[in-house]
Design a protein around this ligand. Sequence first.
Ligand SMILES: *Cc1c(COP(=O)(O)O)cnc(C)c1O
Length: 415
Amino acid sequence: MTEAAFFPQLEIPNTIAAGPGPGHTDARVLDRFASAGMADHMHADVLRGMIECKLMLRSVMGTRNIHTFGVAGTGWSGLDCLFSAVMPGDRVVVFVNGTFSGIDGLTLRMKAATAKELAASPMDPQPASVKIVTVPHGQSVTAEIVEAALAEHNAKWAAMAHWETGSGRINDLRGFSDACARHDVMGLVDAVSSLGVEDFRIDDYPGVHGWASCPQKGICCLPLTYAPVSFTDRYIANLRQTGCRTFVHHPILEARHWGIVEGKDVGKGVYHRTHSAYAVAAFHEALRITLQQTVAGRAKSYVFHEAALRDAVTAMGCKVTSNMPSLVVLNLPNKLAGREMELVQTCRASGFGIWPTLSEPVQVRIGILNLLNQNAITDIVNRFAAALNKMGAEIDTGRMNERLEQHYQTLVAAE
Ligand SMILES: *Cc1c(COP(=O)(O)O)cnc(C)c1O
């Protein structure tokens, strides 16, 4: 017989979420989460909240797509829903330039594999119908790369991450959409990192027929609430013809609880699964915050603060290889090269939650999601410099802070 397992109450400390995500959940979101009453998933106010979320989400995403809603879970839940229409044997081109687009590629290989191909390599299938176009870490997927691949492979679907968070690179969404439209391929985009950080409207990219994001990056909600997704009428019409092999993430069935039935908005959702009043309340507040601050306003703020952080770490001798305004991906100064994991672990042990890259090469990632103020950036810069100095970097922190202050003054003056 085993001992009965029982533990003290779980305490989890507060840290600075200075990684690629989750971002710093807004206090207003946490308050709504904790203040929601005990109410079931068919309660009138929960259903009303979901309808309001759906309408706000259409504004945040810039779309008239009826099939726009939240998938319960994390980014991968939304992406699983996005890729659900891809059937065994479908021809797919996937652009991979880092960890996350790599996993998107794996998901698509699993979905497009025939039963025989899946059985041949169940965890890592290599279906003949999927073409993975690999772009080296630290580089972006360009319009030329997409055009060449779509011209060569007669695909039904193409998939790309808008912002590849693994390497911190922005991929060419315009080029991707245009090439998809030219070759009559249905584009699918992983917008997990970009939604709520960049100012863009998905309806301006007509070559893209499906989009998925996550709750906890640009949208600043809690993980495991709702991953935004949106589908064009063409995607949905295709899905109606082919069907797909999921109940829970079926884009047509899942949409019903958000009051989208038979391709139309209806006043009240229909049961699909047991939604959480807490999650709905949190997501609702996160969307309200985004719309109050405006997507354009937040996007501008990210660019502004990332420039300050980038300048500071560059002055410390680091080399930044990313171009995302919410995340800095860098190489350490030459004399500290190879000690990235040690640095990240030291920082994380003190509640300063920066990250390494998750696939080769090893680099350091510092994120600023919902940390959009001078105090937060100054704190990040000083913690990072102190950790480097512990390893022998000899950074003059007094001069560094003067420089940061000066940077903010000039940036403010330039506004
Ligand atoms: C974070 C991220 C994901 C995964 O999101 P989870 O919320 O961890 O499931 C997928 N794609 C990209 C581009 C990401 O940045």
